[in-house]
Design a protein around this ligand. Structure first.
Ligand code: BGC
Length: 726
């Protein structure tokens, strides 16, 4: 009797599951039929009108068929303010001040995909409030060099960390009926000559390092749109690259959405059309009808150079994204909201969890403000706002709290705050030219002397230094890794005057810290922190929040240590760059070559201590299609609540090809009360231990031993287990 009942339930479940599957297929099928029917009613003129911009950020609809205009907006970390339709000036709207999150490297530094998810939700709600259909983000290019101007917008040197953040972000954003646009496809790893540089790399580097983030974005995140990069890849522009766009994106990843150009990155009509580009945006030609995918495309069809079926395929891709984001079903569509307290809280949480405590000698931090009488706050970054910089990712934020404002507000009533600027911003932002950064190393002794004076008068010193968006910016790279404006000298002199000096670094990419680590006891890297930056910094310094971020990239001692620079392959020569370091990007290079960096990938301290132990795996030997279940415990052995990011790396000590010393395979952020212990399980597919075998043109997990290494940075490994694969 019992058995029959459970069999019946099973049977019911089966029917329900099959019915659900059938429904998915049916709606997809119905949708495809609708798309087909719509295309059937269009003239060639109408079809083509859907394939190019009709202004800076809009694409025409077809009124008579009920197809709405498409609205795009920039914004990996906030919805960009409204730009005029026909020029780049801001439109001056009064309802477009948005929530500004800390940019990409800060998100990755939290190592918490839940924050990426929350960010996606907020961005989706704000984009819908602004009636946007596509948000141009996330930006997920690999951080290959410390100097790339857009590092701050991107996430990491590691493809797994990028993938986890990206998938969560996209799923959340698209759940609000806003299409993501993953960018920049592919290998936009420098800004210098970005519009002309021809990138080459081995097939293995492509597969192991540069593709995985995009693959995850499409196959797991389900990204509806992709933005083709400005640069060339192996001789062809990314916007008309048969291998990237037809073979990999459409063929291997099964991408059924829209591939658009970056702004003004289209170069031809026929070749781009035939190789899979769908949408042309931003072309610098006044008459929109003259764009490559406008009248010239109609002409190419008439001349038989582009088949009608190819145009129809593009139109279908456009309509599919419209259906998926409920553009034909406004009633059911997300209505959106703007700058709610919940959105602002999400921006704060993101900043608070991103900060990385790099050094804390003598436990100078957290500062006990109840016992401090006076504090010196020094540095231009204590008073500078950053949300409005960086170029296309700049945000007109509703507000932005600076560190000085927050410290004054939170502690100013009981602590005397002595501010000194310390250094002056000597650079100016100039689009497309690093010259804006020139002459930015003058030492201003007047400002330094004043800073030294306030440092001497105060119990404790906080220097807020680092970079700003004249350096961390789209359209130009940095010239070196140095802290600009004579900050090295300022820090040296201030620390001499008052050894109780905390350095807060506000920057989105690596800076040289070699001369500094021995001079100041404590360094907190707080990134560009978005609208709540100052509040987060103040709460981190006071210990209200315990730092739990980890570096998403390696900080080298010198620029020459890092792979692309060690090999002299940045930014290339004669408009070509070969990624000679191959798969050895970031920590893969430093660890394999046994080069001691300043601070390793994955590194970050806490105000408490954690013990990672009891590492075990469920089996000793695995088949190639099995999954490894790794278990361990984490204990908070200190006396503050805190979060630890446990990282699981793998290495393949005997292999027919060079493998990196170790590669990140899984990670988890765990929050614990003092004394609390948690058991954590991580799963790694044996298939994910494979390398890309160029001879077989396939992934290959060779039989033999693999070492799984558990730690809290690529250089702090506490436990190792050897497994074998048969
Ligand atoms: C950037 C893109 C951006 C686009 C539109 C380009 O210069 O590379 O990331 O989305 O402009 O502003």
């Amino acid at each position: 009797m019992k058995k029959t009942a459970s069999q019946f339930i099973l049977f019911l479940l089966l029917i329900i599951t099959c019915a659900a599957d059938a429904q998915i297929v049916a709606t997809d099928k119905q949708q495809e039929e609708k798309i087909h029917a719509l295309i059937g009613q269009m003239t060639m003129q109408e079809k083509v009108s859907l394939l190019h911009g009709n202004s800076k950020f809009y694409v025409s609809g077809i009124k008579r068929l009920g197809i709405p205009e498409w609205a795009l907006s920039d914004g990996p970390h906030g919805v960009r303010a409204e730009i005029n339709r026909d020029n780049w000036a801001y439109a001056g709207w009064t309802n477009d001040s948005s929530t500004c999150f800390p940019p990409g490297t800060a998100l990755a530094a939290s190592w918490n995909p839940k924050l990426a998810y929350k960010r996606g939700i907020v961005l989706g709600e704000e984009a819908r409030y602004r009636k946007k259909d596509i948000l141009l983000g996330p930006g997920i290019n690999i951080i290959r060099s410390p100097l790339c101007g857009r590092n701050f917008e991107y996430m990491s040197e590691d493809p797994l960390l990028i993938s986890k953040m990206t998938v969560a972000y996209i799923k959340a954003l698209q759940s609000k009926n806003v299409a993501a646009s993953v960018k920049h496809w592919l290998a936009n790893n420098q800004e210098e000559n970005r519009g002309t540089i021809d990138v080459s790399m081995s097939e293995r580097a492509l597969r192991e390092i540069y593709l995985p983030g995009f693959k995850a974005a499409i196959t797991e995140g389900g990204a509806y749109t992709v933005m083709a990069a400005y640069n060339k890849f192996r001789g062809d522009w990314c916007s008309e690259n048969e291998y990237l766009n037809r073979q990999i994106l459409r063929g291997e990843f099964g991408f059924k959405g829209v591939l658009m150009t970056d702004w003004s990155a289209a170069h031809t009509t026929v070749k781009a059309a035939m190789t899979g580009l769908d949408l042309e945006m931003g072309t610098d030609v006044k008459d929109y009808n003259e764009w490559y995918f406008a009248n010239p495309l109609i002409k190419a069809v008439e001349e038989g150079k582009v088949p009608v079926s190819v145009v129809d395929e593009k139109v279908a891709n456009v309509l599919r994204v419209m259906f998926n984001t409920k553009m034909f079903d406004e009633e059911k569509r997300e209505k959106g909201s703007m700058n709610t307290p919940e959105h602002q809280q999400a921006a704060y949480n993101s900043a608070a969890e991103a900060a990385v405590l790099l050094q804390n000698n003598g436990n100078l931090l957290p500062l006990h403000f109840d016992k401090i009488k006076s504090i010196a706050i020094i540095g231009d970054n204590a008073i500078r706002t950053h949300c409005g910089g960086g170029l296309s990712s700049e945000i007109k934020t509703l507000y932005e709290i600076t560190p000085l404002q927050a410290l004054q507000k939170k502690f100013g009533a009981t602590v005397k705050i002595n501010f000194a600027q310390g250094y002056e911003k000597q650079s100016t932002f100039r689009e497309g030219a690093n010259s804006g950064q020139a002459n930015s190393d003058k030492i201003d002794w007047k400002l330094i002397d004043e800073a030294v004076r306030v440092a001497k008068e105060s119990d404790v010193v906080i220097i807020c230094g680092g970079l700003n968006h004249d350096f961390d910016t789209e359209s130009s790279d940095r010239q070196n890794m140095d802290l600009p404006y004579g900050q090295d000298v300022l820090i040296r002199e201030v620390a001499k005057a008052n050894p109780k000096t905390v350095l807060v670094i506000i920057a989105g990419s690596p800076v040289k810290l070699a001369g500094i680590v021995n001079r100041v006891p404590s360094i907190l890297w707080s990134w560009f922190g978005g609208m709540e930056a100052g509040n987060a910094v103040a709460d981190l310094l006071s210990g209200k929040i315990n730092p739990s971020g980890k570096l998403p990239f390696t900080i080298p001692v010198t620029l020459e240590q890092s792979p692309a620079h060690a090999l002299g392959n940045f930014p290339g020569r004669n408009l070509a760059v070969n990624y000679e370091e191959d798969i050895l990007v970031g920590y893969r290079w430093f660890d394999t070559k046994k080069i001691q960096p300043q601070f390793p990938f994955g590194y970050g301290l806490s105000y408490t201590k954690f013990l990672i132990g009891n590492f075990s795996v469920n089996k000793q030997t695995y088949g190639k299609d099995e999954t490894i279940q790794a278990k361990f415990t984490v204990k908070n052995t200190g006396n503050a609540y805190g979060g630890e990011v446990v990282q699981l790396y793998a290495s393949d000590p005997v292999c027919s090809v060079l493998r990196p010393e170790k590669e990140l395979k899984a990670f988890e952020k765990i929050f614990l009360k003092p004394g609390e212990t948690k058991t954590v399980e991580m799963r790694v597919k044996v298939a994910d231990l494979a390398f890309y075998d160029e001879t077989k043109k396939a992934w290959n997990a060779e039989s033999g031993a693999y070492i799984l290494q558990l730690g809290n940075s690529s250089r702090d490994i506490f436990r190792k287990v050897t497994i074998s694969v048969k």
